[in-house]
Design a protein around this ligand. Structure first.
Ligand code: WT7
Length: 648
């Protein structure tokens, strides 16, 4: 257990929410009333909300189809278009001049894009994609920096019924190829490069390298010229984004698709195998992105400036940088660059310069900024902030307190939102003007969400007890499956409790007051700076190096990143320090820099049980430098422990 979790367990402070009668859910009575609506009429309530918040081309008659559980369908006979809900309906409501996206580049360049301008660009991009042969159901991979064109590309796909799959720009060419191939993408949208720490980080060469090794499915690469770096150009395959868009009319009728139409695929790590393509459907995801914006952030589309710092390569960026705020008709901020460039005040300067009112980030970023010192936020006017959020990993109470006092001036409620790539949107979170918060607790399930902490038999644990986190009823924004692997979907999420519950992979605890405290993954998934990585993926990357015979990867607590990556490696050759850096570079090449092991320890053997299973709990203790409590009497070779304990 990490230090952060231990401190969470001793936490007893409670913070009453600020009064705001204008809030959408102004008190707990409203929260309970909303919950009760779902208790009394589950499908009726979902149906009513879906009719109220979504513009449907064809209304649905069926709310939930559970005839083929766990392959649930929501609003299945309804027809809808995502981009129309995010753009056209606001323009038609007279909000064309409202700013949809505020973009700031690392160099300080700023763009304000109105709803009317965004709609026009999305139409041009959709037409350009069609001209390149993209039709409904085709997959488009988006490998981009944090620039407005990334959002335009996503929305353009949805306009014509193409399914996008955004791949985080810091993933390597190999990781990109794996995803392009799995999705069977026909088009890749990328940029020449993006800005990081004052320099251009090239992206197009990774696409070239990925496609060079054979991705026969890809016909074209659409390239945004942004970084100004020289790139190779493959005639016939590569197309200049701006030229292609300029050649198109700014009108493109939105294509109505079934509510269940796959809106996007997003790859995420699991405890076994290669990354899974999580599939999300259009209608249910759209509904939940709107409702969670309104309930959890109390988002006010006419006055808020909303900033979610996540990259669009992650689910947080999908739901809360792009779809949620735009579907609500509000203003979302995008920043391309490093949070500490040119100094540790950058995020706070952006908040002050653009009057950010709702700010959403990860605990790892907060911890890094705490280290930089209070002087940075104090230099900037943060008085417009009214709601703060965190996501991605448990937040330690110290970081929570700092966020509350130094950033929120003691006045802003903090919403600690628990959710996953698979859930599409928030699941467990305080409501900013209703829930009394406890630092480190995500508090209660949202209305409509039936989450529980259960024991191994699936029985709900009592107050004050720990267990496994499950969701006991389907919800509209739930994943619809794993791309191309229905069985894996069933096995991973539904098998554990015989199809009754969705198993999240997290451990949790319920306290005396019924608050949920998320304790982190109970499987072999790591959470490094809020990024999800499978230990097995990193192990596979290591053993693909010629010098490595065997590898075991575990997490160890880290003050800033939450978890650091520790690799135990058995070599086929002599160990050396050079080899350690070579292995790190190799992992970066196979997956991306975020997966580089922090520690690499060489040994002659890995501790295994008699049946040959690697003793991972033992390795976790060793990696953390903790006392070994496990019974190791079955270990064949005790010397291996001493070897593994030896640090760099
Ligand atoms: C895993 C999902 C959801 C967007 C970001 C991550 C952990 C997420 C919290 C939180 C404690 C959290 C869980 C979860 N997690 N939010 N508020 N408190 N842990 O999405 O990459 O799919 O990772 O992140 O372990 O299972 P993801």
């Amino acid at each position: 257990m990490s230090g952060a979790i231990e401190s969470v367990l001793n936490e007893t402070r409670v913070f009453t929410p600020p009064d705001d009668s204008a809030a959408r859910i102004p008190d707990m009575a409203h929260y309970h009333a909303l919950r009760k609506r779902f208790d009394d009429d589950f499908t009726g309530t979902w149906g009513e909300l879906a009719r109220q918040h979504i513009h449907w081309h064809k209304p649905f008659s069926s709310v939930l189809d559970d005839s083929d559980a766990p392959f649930f369908k929501w609003f299945a006979d309804g027809e809808v278009n995502m981009s129309e809900n995010c753009l056209d309906r606001h323009v038609h409501a007279g909000l064309g001049e409202r700013t949809a996206i505020i973009w700031e580049g690392e160099s300080g360049e700023v763009r304000h894009i109105s709803y009317a301008a965004l709609l026009a660009d999305v139409c041009r991009a959709a037409n350009a994609m069609r001209q390149l042969g993209i039709e409904q159901g085709d997959r488009v991979v988006i490998y981009m920096p944090m620039i407005p064109e990334a959002a335009v590309a996503m929305l353009a796909c949805t306009r014509i019924g193409a399914t996008h799959s955004v791949v985080f720009g810091a993933f390597s060419a190999n990781a990109l190829r794996e995803r392009v191939m799995d999705a069977g993408a026909k088009l890749v949208v990328t940029a020449d490069g993006g800005w990081r720490r004052g320099k251009v980080h090239a992206l197009k060469p990774s696409v070239d390298a990925a496609l060079e090794k054979g991705c026969a499915c890809v016909e074209h690469v659409l390239v945004v010229k942004h970084g100004g770096n020289d790139v190779d150009w493959q005639q016939g395959r590569d197309v200049d984004w701006r030229q292609a868009l300029n050649a198109q009319p700014d009108i493109c009728q939105p294509l109505a698709v079934d509510a269940e139409h796959p809106l996007f695929i997003l790859y995420t790590s699991g405890s076994t195998g290669s990354p899974k393509g999580i599939v999300h459907a259009t209608g249910g995801y759209l509904l939940w992105s709107i409702l969670t914006m309104q309930w959890v952030f109390d988002f006010r589309s006419d006055s808020d400036v909303f900033w979610c710092t996540a990259d669009i390569g992650w689910i947080t960026g999908h739901t809360y940088s792009v779809y949620g705020p735009l579907a609500c008709g509000g203003t979302t901020l995008m920043y391309e660059g490093v949070p500490t460039y040119p100094d540790a005040g950058r995020l706070w300067k952006i908040c002050a310069d653009h009057g950010v009112t709702v700010f959403y980030t990860a605990p790892t970023a907060i911890r890094a900024l705490i280290k930089a010192g209070d002087a940075w936020p104090k230099k900037h006017d943060l008085s417009k902030l009214r709601v703060l959020g965190t996501v991605g990993e448990p937040i330690n109470p110290e970081a929570w307190m700092w966020y509350h006092e130094v950033i929120g001036g003691g006045r802003c409620p903090i919403v600690d939102t628990w959710w996953q790539t698979e859930t599409g949107g928030h699941m467990i979170s305080p409501l900013p003007f209703a829930t009394a918060t406890k630092p480190g607790s995500a508090s209660f399930p949202l209305p409509g969400i039936f989450a529980e902490v259960v024991d191994l038999e699936g029985q709900a644990v009592g107050k004050g007890q720990g267990g496994l986190l499950v969701v006991t009823k389907p919800w509209p924004s739930m994943l619809r499956g794993i791309w191309g692997d229905a069985e894996r979907y069933r096995d991973t999420y539904w098998q554990k409790f015989d199809g009754r519950y969705y198993f999240a992979g997290d451990g949790a605890r319920k306290d005396e007051d019924g608050y949920f405290w998320i304790m982190g993954r109970v499987d072999d998934v790591l959470n490094v700076s809020g990024h999800r990585l499978g230990t097995m993926e990193i192990e596979s990357a290591l053993v693909s190096h010629a010098a490595v015979a065997e590898a075991a990867v575990v997490g160890r607590p880290d003050d800033i990143k939450g978890e650091a990556i520790c690799a135990f490696v058995i070599l086929k050759q002599q160990a050396s320090d050079d080899l350690k850096s070579e292995l790190r570079a190799h992992v970066a090449l196979e997956i991306g820099p975020i997966a580089k092991p922090d520690d690499i320890r060489f040994a002659d053997n890995l501790p295994k049980t008699r049946s040959g299973k690697i003793m991972r709990r033992l390795l976790r203790d060793i990696a953390a430098g903790r006392e070994i409590t496990q019974d190791i009497s079955t270990l064949e070779d005790h010397r291996v422990i001493a070897q593994l304990q030896a640090k760099d």
